[in-house]
Design a protein around this ligand. Structure first.
Ligand SMILES: Nc1ncnc2c1ncn2[C@@H]1O[C@H](COP(=O)(O)OP(=O)(O)OP(=O)(O)O)[C@@H](O)[C@H]1O
Length: 318
C-alpha cells in the first residue's frame, strides 16, 4: 500500500505537485495518468525519496521511506531504464545492487531468469537493445522481492511482444497481492492493464476510480445502427422520441437507448438491421475529456494550416 497525504512539491514558483492525497492499494494494477507535465514523475520520485516534498507525506506500507530498512525489499522501481552501468554485465549490475542492499546473490540469477535475460547475463548492458534494457531495469526493481512496485512509462519504445510481456508481468505481480503503480501515455495499453486509475492534471488529483467507472463517467455511450431502410427507421425512432444522428457511411448513432430496445423496436416494425452495436468511448477519449482543462501545452493550428503545430502555454492565449 502507498499512502499520500497532502503531498506537495514546488520548484520555485512552479507547483509541480499540489496537495495530492490518495492510496494505491495492493492486489491490483493502478494506472497513473496525466498530461505531459502533470507531475507524475515528480510524484513517483517523492515516493522513492529521490525528491523531498515541500509539504505532505508518502508512506510505504505504513512507513516513511527513510524508516525502511533495506528499502529495495519493500519498494522496487523502474524509473529510468538507462540508469544501469553500461560497462558492467547485466549480472554484475544486479550483483552490485544486491550486495549494497543485503540481498543474497542467488536472487540475481532468479530475477534474470524471471525477465528472460539469463542467456545474456554476462554481456555488457551497454550493448542491450531498448527492450533488453527495460527487462534489466525490471529485474533490478524485482531484486528485493518487494511488495510495492512503481513503473514509470515501462512500455515506452517496446515492440508488441515486449509490451505484452510487461502487461502480463504486472498482472501476475498484482495477483500475488503486490501493490503495482504504473504510469503510461499509451491509453490502449493502460485500458488492458490497469484495474484502477489515479488521474492528475497540473499537480492536482482529478480522479481516483476504477477503470470501468472512469470510462463510464467521462465518456458518451450510444448505439450504432445501419439499415437498408434508414428513412423508415428514423421515423420509427422519432416516434419513440429518439433522435438519430447521421455519422456517415449510412450509420446512425442514438443516445439514451439500449441495443435491446432498438432491436425490438426494429423487429416490431419489420425493419432490417445490418448493424446494431453498443458503443462506449475508449479510455483515450475519456482521458482527453477529463484532462482538457489541465493540459500544460496545447497545439494550435497555424494560419495556413499546413505547418507544424505551435506549442504554447495554456495561459498564454493557446
Ligand atoms: N527539477 C525541476 N525543476 C524545475 N521544474 C521541474 C523540475 N522537475 C519537474 N519540473 C516541472 O514540474 C512539472 C511536473 O513535471 P513532471 O516531470 O513530474 O511531469 P510528468 O507528469 O511526469 O510529465 P511527462 O508526462 O511529460 O513525463 C513540469 O511543469 C516540469 O517542468
Amino acid at each position: 500500500m502507498i499512502e499520500l497525504e497532502g503531498l506537495t512539491k514546488r520548484f520555485g514558483a512552479k507547483v509541480a505537485v499540489d496537495h495530492l492525497s490518495f492510496q494505491v492499494r495492493p492486489g491490483m494494477v493502478t494506472g497513473f495518468l496525466g498530461p505531459n507535465g502533470a507531475g507524475k514523475s515528480t510524484t513517483m520520485r517523492m515516493m522513492l525519496d529521490l525528491d523531498n516534498p515541500t509539504s505532505g507525506s508518502v508512506r510505504i506500507d505504513g512507513k516513511h521511506y527513510r524508516e525502511l530498512q533495506d528499502p529495495l525489499k519493500y519498494i522496487g522501481a523502474l524509473l529510468d531504464a538507462k540508469a544501469m552501468h553500461g560497462g558492467r554485465s547485466a549480472y554484475n549490475n544486479l550483483l552490485c545492487l544486491a550486495q549494497a542492499n543485503r540481498i543474497p546473490e542467488k536472487r540475481v540469477s532468479e530475477v534474470l531468469d524471471l525477465v528472460g535475460l539469463t542467456a545474456v547475463a554476462r554481456k555488457k548492458s551497454k550493448g542491450f537493445s531498448l527492450g533488453m534494457g527495460q527487462r534489466l531495469g525490471i529485474a533490478s526493481a524485482l531484486l528485493g522481492d518487494p511488495r510495492v512496485l512503481l513503473f514509470d512509462e515501462p512500455v515506452n519504445g517496446l515492440d508488441p511482444e515486449g509490451i505484452h510481456w510487461i502487461r502480463n508481468l504486472m498482472k501476475l505481480l498484482a495477483s500475488e497481492g503486490r501493490t503495482i503503480f504504473v504510469s503510461s501515455h499509451l491509453m490502449s495499453e493502460m485500458a488492458l492493464t490497469a484495474d484502477h486509475l489515479i488521474v492528475i492534471g497540473q499537480g492536482k488529483l482529478l480522479a481516483d476510480t476504477s477503470m470501468a467507472d472512469f470510462i463510464h463517467q467521462n465518456s458518451r455511450s450510444y448505439v450504432r445502427l445501419r439499415s437498408p431502410q434508414q428513412e423508415r427507421l428514423r421515423d420509427v425512432l422519432h416516434e419513440q422520441g429518439l433522435a438519430a444522428i447521421e455519422s456517415g457511411n449510412g450509420t446512425l448513432e442514438i443516445d439514451g437507448a439500449t441495443t435491446e430496445q432498438i432491436g425490438e423496436l426494429a423487429a416490431q416494425h419489420r425493419i432490417v438491421l445490418h448493424e446494431l452495436s453498443a458503443q462506449r468511448a475508449s479510455l483515450e477519449e475519456a482521458f482527453m475529456q477529463m484532462t482538457a482543462g489541465a493540459v500544460e501545452y496545447h497545439a494550435h493550428s497555424t494560419e495556413t494550416g499546413t505547418s507544424a503545430p505551435q506549442w504554447a502555454p495554456r495561459n498564454e492565449g493557446a
